[in-house]
Design a protein around this ligand. Structure first.
Ligand code: AMP
Ligand code: MG
Length: 427
């Protein structure tokens, strides 16, 4: 058994980013940038009005003053209007400021009288003018390599005239859920059987990472079926196996992987829940036949995986294999701590993007970890406080479903009620 930290380090050491791709902006949401990008335009691009109103020369504008309206400046075209003290130009939000004007008076603050306006307020230079470059200067960094592309990032890129962005590659994933007891939701179950829920959890978590789930299979605990399912699964960049990685006679994932020529890099980690976690890799033997998989194959042949780090036995055509314990909470915790950062790294995420969002909270309970494994406590983060929810056992899916945060207690850690703790948030 190795420590959680060592397991994570070993995994991230062998995982390499997939080749980049250039995609239209809208297809890039939740991808990671492959480039540093700088502003190619200042924002705003020219001095313009923040209001519908009148452009004026502030020094000639006292409350009660009359100004002559000499023209109209709409948004979208520069009419080249010039104004002098005592004059005003009708102007609209976003319209370029006329030459000579240094302020805008809101239309609500004047009284119109034919060709003239009467000011109902005093005016200061700069009022309601958006200065060229005040939001963003040309050459200023707008996106860092490895940064997640969010909806607001896309808006910023569009405002700079970019129609495409270069991101990390698309990660294709297969999921195999193992267990003789598992039945697909929607069917009838017999005594002793349970509904299969892990693949739904994993698919959803992968969707949140913006990875692409290409295949989901349920598989009984027999070597033949499992071998066939795993052979299909290792055609993708990542294969996630649920269940069957523990030490019982029916836990045949490890032996079946070995029989397929896979190398097991990690088996059993000092993490609670999730001890039986397995990580390995295998060379991809056959080109996939489906169109989507051909894309994966192409990305591989284009150098889908760059050379692995020194000391790693993984090669560029490897499928990375994650064996998660079948207990739902164990699967969830090990996905979040090991699979998610690996998938994000394959997508070119920077190191800072690999962990779930962290927040500081006040613990509402006393907690301690007398064991030898890092313990992930499930609970709710609400109004700045952390409260445990439900049973803290690895099968307790209801408690997990009511929680939104994980608190990590390292071996020997103790937390007193009222103490500040750091949480991982996932929802
Ligand atoms: P295993 O890791 O295969 O020994 O499974 C541990 C526990 O998790 C058992 O109680 C299984 O019934 C349960 N389990 C395994 N796979 C799933 C699954 N896909 N969905 C829900 N529960 C599961
Ligand atoms: Mg099982």
């Amino acid at each position: 058994m190795i420590s959680e930290e060592e397991a994570r380090r070993k995994i991230l050491e062998v995982i390499r980013p997939l080749p980049e791709r250039t995609v239209p902006l809208f297809g890039a949401l939740d991808s990671f940038s492959r480039q540093d990008l700088v502003a190619r335009l200042p924002m705003p691009g020219f001095d313009n009005s923040a209001m519908d109103g009148y452009a004026v020369v502030a020094s000639s504008c006292r409350m009660g003053e009359r100004l002559r309206v000499i023209g109209e400046q709409p948004a979208g075209v520069d009419r080249g209007i010039r104004i002098s003290p005592g004059e005003a130009a009708r102007i609209f939000t976003g319209a370029p400021m006329p030459v000579g004007a240094d302020a805008v008076v809101m239309q609500e603050d004047i009284t119109r009288d034919g060709d003239e306006i009467v000011l109902n307020v005093d005016v200061d230079a700069g009022d309601f003018v958006r200065r060229r470059g005040c939001d963003l200067a040309e050459g200023q960094k707008i996106l860092s390599k490895g940064e997640r592309i969010r909806a607001v990032t896309l808006a910023l890129l569009a405002s700079q005239g970019f129609s495409e962005v270069t991101t990390g590659g698309e990660v294709d994933v297969a999921i195999v859920s193992t267990g003789d007891e598992l039945v697909k939701p929607g069917r009838k179950i017999k005594q002793g059987q349970i509904y299969e829920s892990n693949s739904v959890l994993l698919q959803s978590l992968l969707q949140r990472c913006n990875a692409t789930v290409r295949s989901v299979e349920n598989c009984p605990d027999d070597q033949q079926s499992l071998s066939e399912a795993l052979k299909r699964g290792i055609r993708y960049h990542v294969l996630i196996i649920s269940g069957g990685v523990s030490v019982g006679e029916h836990d045949i994932v490890k032996s079946t992987l070995l029989s397929l020529g896979a190398k097991i890099d990690i088996w059993r980690v000092a993490i609670k829940p999730g001890k039986p976690f397995l990580f390995g890799h295998v060379a991809v033997p056959i080109a996939p036949s489906s169109r989507s998989s051909q894309r994966s194959a192409q990305s591989r042949s284009r150098g889908g995986r760059e050379a692995p780090g020194q000391g790693s036995a993984a090669s560029r055509n490897d499928c990375f294999i994650f064996g998660l314990p079948g207990n739902p909470v164990s699967g969830f915790v090990t996905f979040l701590q090991f699979v998610r950062p690996a998938v994000l790294k394959m997508m070119s995420a920077s190191d800072g993007e690999l962990d779930p969002t962290k927040v500081t909270a006040e613990s509402d309970v006393d907690l301690h970890n007398d064991g030898e494994r890092a313990h992930y406590v499930r609970g709710r983060f609400e109004n700045g406080k952390f409260l445990t929810v439900g049973r803290q056992e690895s099968h307790a899916l209801f408690g997990l479903s009511q929680s939104n945060a994980l608190l990590r207690l390292a071996p020997g850690d103790a937390v007193k009620k009222g103490a500040a703790v750091e949480l991982q948030l996932w929802d």
